[in-house]
Design a protein around this ligand. Structure first.
Ligand code: SDX
Length: 427
């Protein structure tokens, strides 16, 4: 196979080298395109643009394949726990017992969040959306950890990494505790990473709290399923912010803001709000399928469609199965699960969705499980952020270790040509 692509611009031919990945994906290397041709590429939303080479996550959207460092999401969700997968994503290998124990100890050592952070969280109105609070306090962490601002060596990066992994679940839980007007408590070192998150969210001051094993296992699996997803909107945000050598905490804070949008991680909240609206409206899924297809109607079927997956999102398959199991084990009857299944069935048989290859994505069923766990709707995207943190860290670390250049896309200007200034009395 030729290792070059040939293009012709205004009668002149150019050859561009090809890059081929370990899964035989082909990229046209345009690093020298503008210098050699004067042209740039044009690709709003970067639908066809490879921003980097990465060894972390592989997706095949046509076949519905998702692997972290070569391991399938199905195996990791069934056989690993979230801290193991966190280690795998960041350092590239599944940890040995000793490595995992040291990683856990290093995280535990930094799990105390600075008292000054409590004052910041308590200064927010109780009505504050948890994602806005989380983005703010993640950046505010730099005030108490200036040593994480200018990191160069792997050791310095490791220090910043274990600190944000240690404090992030507490900060996430504090956004809920603030909403409920509860005291901001600290991590219980006797509990595991996910168990302590549950206690931080739901534990009542002065009362004992035993995390439910079913809820703990289900949440651990959900966090694994959300842990990374190659160059999605929020991860690309983390990479481009980090490419200016902004700190890990600041880059993650930017990623949280990107994730908040309803077209991205905010969809899990929007799905439940949509399902509740359909339920309140008598459960007529056909009416909402028609609204989703109507170009004049801004309504979209939240939790459906994906930039990469043109087949079932493998995570949605796992979460759908888990939703049945968790609700059954918890003895929770939730009519919106049946509405979701009915919506999925109707959509998958509808030509509009078939033609556009629109399938349920990771957000379609996850909110049903979070709801059954007692997690409030506006905390769903915070749970997504807790899950995605390892991916953001892994991608930021890979980008910094490879010393990638600062991200600075070009444009095609379509504005006014040169014109003379007019004094105000002549306008
Ligand atoms: C996540 O990138 C990632 O990996 C993200 C993520 C991750 O793990 O990081 O997987 C997490 O963000 C999942 C996606 C969550 N968002 C939603 O569920 C919101 C609803 N979905 C859509 O808004 C949409 O599908 C996107 C944003 C997910 C993808 O949009 P694209 O790739 O830009 O596709 P598009 O908007 O150009 O749509 C193509 C066509 C259009 O119709 P036509 O103009 O061709 O006639 O499909 C239609 C769209 O109108 N379409 C939908 C639809 N999604 C796409 N029509 C109705 N309902 C929808 N949900």
């Amino acid at each position: 196979m030729s290792k070059v692509a040939s293009i012709e611009i205004e009668g002149k031919s150019f050859e561009l080298p090809l890059v081929v990945g370990s899964e035989n994906e082909i990229g046209i290397d345009i690093k020298k395109l503008r210098a050699e041709t004067g042209a740039v590429t044009f690709d709003p939303g970067y639908k066809n643009t490879g921003a980097c080479e990465s060894a972390i996550t592989f997706l095949n959207g046509e076949e519905g394949v998702l692997r972290y460092r070569g391991y399938t999401i199905e195996e990791l969700a069934a056989k690993a726990d979230f801290l193991e997968v966190t280690y795998l994503l960041i350092f590239g290998e599944l940890p040995t017992q000793e490595q995992l124990q040291k990683f856990n100890e290093d995280i535990l050592q930094h799990s105390q969040v600075d008292e000054g952070m409590k004052k910041i969280v308590n200064s927010f109105p109780k009505s504050t959306h948890p994602m806005g609070a989380l983005a703010s306090v993640t950046s505010a962490l730099t005030a108490f950890h200036p040593e994480t601002l200018n990191v160069e060596t792997e050791d310095e990066m490791y220090d910043a990494i274990v600190k944000i992994l240690a404090k992030f679940p507490t900060l996430a839980a504090w956004t809920l505790r603030r909403k409920n007007g509860e005291e901001l408590t600290d991590r219980d070192p006797a509990l595991g990473y996910v168990e302590s998150l549950l206690k931080l969210m739901f534990g009542k001051t002065g009362e004992s709290y035993e995390p439910d094993a079913i809820v703990t296992n289900a949440l651990d699996k959900l966090l694994i399923l959300h842990a990374d997803h190659e160059q999605n909107c929020s991860t690309s945000t983390v990479r481009i912010v980090g490419s200016s050598q902004a700190s890990l905490f600041s880059s993650v804070s930017a990623g949280i803001s990107a994730l908040w949008g309803p077209l991205h991680g905010g969809a899990n909240q929007a799905v439940i709000e949509m399902l509740e609206q359909i339920k309140a409206d008598g459960g007529d899924t056909t009416k909402y399928i028609d609204k989703a297809k109507d170009k004049k109607d801004p309504f979209r079927l939240m939790g459906f469609g994906h930039r990469v997956y043109k087949n079932f999102d493998p995570r949605a398959r796992i979460i759908k199965k888990s939703a049945d199991e968790v609700l059954d084990q918890l003895g929770v009857e939730d009519p919106v699960l049946e509405i979701a299944k009915g919506l999925e069935k109707t959509a998958l048989e509808d030509q509009y969705f078939i033609d556009r290859k629109l399938y349920p994505n990771v957000d379609f069923y996850s909110g049903i499980i979070y709801k059954a766990m007692g997690i409030p709707t506006d905390m769903f995207t915070v749970m997504f952020a807790v899950g995605r943190l390892p991916g953001w860290i892994a991608q930021w670390r890979e980008m910094r270790l490879k010393k990638e250049p600062i991200g600075r896309p070009r444009q095609i200007y379509v504005g006014e040509n040169k014109r003379e200034f007019k004094a105000i009395e002549n306008r």
